[in-house]
Design a protein around this ligand. Sequence first.
Ligand code: CP3
Length: 345
Amino acid sequence: MDDRPMMRALRGETLPVPPVWMMRQAGRYLPEYRAVRARARTFLDLCYTPELAAEVTLQPIRRFGFDAAILFADILLVPHALGANLVFVEGEGPRLSTVTTPDDLARLAPADAVHATLAPVYETVRQVRAALPAEVPLIGFAGAPWTVATYMIAGRGTPDQAPARLLAYRDPETFDALIERIIAATTGYLLAQVAAGAEIVKLFDSWAGALPGPLFHRYAVEPARRIAQAVRAAYPEVPVIGFPRGAGAGYASFAAAAGVQALALDTSVDAAWAAHELQPRLCVQGNLDPLLLVAGGPALDRATRATVAAFAGGPHVFNLGHGITPEADPANVERMLRAIRGAQG
Ligand code: CP3
C-alpha cells in the first residue's frame, strides 16, 4: 500500500493533519515562476518545453514542501492538440478558433491524433517524476469536457458560457459530437500522463456551475464518470479528483454518480454541509478562499483552522476553493501551512 499522506487521504483515510497542495501553486505569485516564464517566448512555449515546465512544477514543492505536485500545463492544450488555433493574450486570456458548426467539427483532428502535439507534456511528466522526492505524488490533469467545450465554442473565456449553452440547445447533435470528441481525447491524454508517471488525476470542470440542472448530469457527471472509469479500468490504484466548480447542490449527485475518489470543493461550498453530505462517501479537497492569501493576518489563521476543523472527522486534502491569484503573498502561504500543520500538534 502507498502510505504517502496524499494517497492515504484519497483512499478514504482520516488523518490527524491533512495533506496540502494548492490549485495554481506554480504561478505568477512566485518570483521564481516569473523568472522562468520570462525565458519562454509565450505561455504555450512554457507548457511545451519540458525542461521549463518541469522546473516550474517543482518550484512550489521546493519552496513550501507541499504534499503533492501538479503537472504544469493548461486545460486548453487538448483543444490545441485537436487542431484549434490557440494564443494566450497577455493580460486578456486565451483566444481560440471556434467550433460551432458540423464543418468546424469535421476539421478537428481525431481524438487519437492528439498525442503528437501533447508528447512534450508526457516528457514533462517523466522529468518531474524523476526529480520529485519519492514522498511527493504527482497529479496529472485535464479540463472536463463541458469546460473545455465552453472555450472551444466561444473562442475565449466568457462570463456565463452562453455560447456553449446556446449551441447545446440549438444544435445538440454538433454539441454532443464535440463533447464526445473531447471525452475521447481527454481519456487518452490522461492515460498517457499516468503511463508517463502521474499518480493521481484531476478533472477541472471550472464552469460546471453554468449548467442548468437538467444538463448537469448529462454534461458534467456522465463525462466525468466515463473518463474516471476508463482511468480506473487501466490503473485501479490511481485516484481521480473531480472539480465541478459552482455546482452547489449538484456536488451531492456528482459524489453519488461520477465514480471519483475525491471531490474538490469550490470556495462557496459550506464546509459543514460538505462534511455531512459528501465526506461520508469520499475524500473532500478544499476549500479556503484564495483571497485570504492576499489578505493574510488573523483572518487567514482563523479561516485555515476552521477549514481543518470542519473536515477533521473524515478524509480531507487541504486546498483552496479555486486557484491562487497573482496578488497572493508567498509569506501568507507559509502562514497557512503553519496554521494547518500546527493546528493539531
Ligand atoms: O495548478 C497548477 O499550478 C498547474 C497548472 C495549471 C494552469 N492552468 C497554468 C496556467 C492548471 C491546472 C490550469 C487549469 C486551467 N486553465 C483551468 C481550470 C482551473 C481553473 O482555474 O478554473 C482553466 C479554466 C484554464 C484556462 C486558462 N489558462 C485561462 C482562462 C488562463 C488565463 C487567465 C490567467 O489566469 O492568466 C490561463 C493561463 C494560465 N494557466 C496561467 C497559468 C499559470 C497564467 C498565464 C501566465 O503565467 O502567463
